[in-house]
Design a protein around this ligand. Sequence first.
Ligand code: SF4
Length: 50
Amino acid sequence: MPDKIKCTVSNCSYWESQLCKASAIEVNVDGGGNSAPDPQKTQCHTFQEK
Ligand code: SF4
């Protein structure tokens, strides 16, 4: 597990000063499956609106 997860989603309740403070996160491929064609096709599903 990485020490730090950089994130730009500032309206998430786990977000603080450009970093994620959640103990774990879930990231999935946009549209399903388990192989992302490029970095833009993934997203964090642990997001929780502030
Ligand atoms: S839970 Fe996801 S969206 Fe929220 S701060 Fe962490 S990485 Fe960003």
